[in-house]
Ligand binder design. Sequence first.
Ligand code: FES
Ligand SMILES: [Fe+2]
Length: 379
Amino acid sequence: MRTETQLALIDRINAHRAAGRGTDTAPTSLRVPTAEYTDPARLERERHLTHTAPNLVGLSGLLPGPDTFATVDVGDRSVVLTRDRDGELHAMLNACSHRGAEVASGCGSSARLSCPYHGWTYHLDGSLAAQRRGEFFDDQTSPGLTRIPVTERDGMIWVTADAGATRSADTHPAGGAEDELGPLDLAGYRLFGSRNFDRNINWKLAVDTFMEAYHVAVLHTETIHPMFYSDFALFDSFGAHGRMVSTRRSIDELADVDRARWTLLPHATVLYYFQPNTVLIHQQDHVQIYRANPGPTPDACELFVSLYVPPDSERSERHWQRNLDLLVEVTDSEDFETCAGIQRGFASGAHDTIVFGRNEPALQHFHTSLDGLLSQSSS
Ligand code: FES
Ligand SMILES: [Fe+2]
């Protein structure tokens, strides 16, 4: 993020504080039907959007060198990503052209992908390398893996998990947020670790919980609130995507610093959400990515969290491990646990609607832009 952007954001925070407000606001509060979290037909449309829109699945460090591969779930589709000998990235649906087995799992290094069922092998661009006992197959021109669009820009990897999808290489999927993320040199970040887990919540609840700082004082009294202000948050949109800045208490130190030397990043969490289902959190010296895939039913989702660290960091591996453990523990035991109760409440029919306050503009934008994308995607 450029210095002038950081200064402008700090000026906005100070203006809010001087006016006794603390946060950016939307013009009105917004009521949303609880059916958006429980309706199977809505879930189907969201799943379709997840498959057909570019998904931010990770940073370049997911495939850290030539001859590497990684598998990711996008919606309910398994995708295999590869980086070939020349460093070029490829993405394919993870289904063998013999009888459909998943040809890869996890991530690793290899110059070929080898199907674990009958041993057909593939080049890293997805083309078929060899059919084991090929003399028994009349068709020697079997197709390779099915390629899908993938873009790697500014250190971020975006995949569209649909065989029929085409996408213009001219449009940056970050929608303008790349101007801020580009200077972070994310391409050099290393994947420290990742976790996957399934939870009994609608996928949007997992995203919603990152979209406002209003709950920090109450839900995270002991864990986050000692370090963060609960009600200071700034919101800006990048098309359907958005950015929320929440402030650490250490921002008070800037009162004694000359404006020319102000920097926001040590005193803030800068959270970008990229439609439809990814949250990228720039946290002082590292990046966290949360992805929430729609599950098989409206009350289930699959969550992926990963932590990327800069190459020049002198922090120890233990430090990063603690960081990842803490991130998962707080979000899982406090946020997602609360979300599970919310989901049960939706199922009980207690309320037909819920409300997003004027002090939750990012949350409002996430939902209204998601609705817009859903109507475009189904029209
Ligand atoms: S399903 Fe892959 S080799 Fe048979
Ligand atoms: Fe939270």
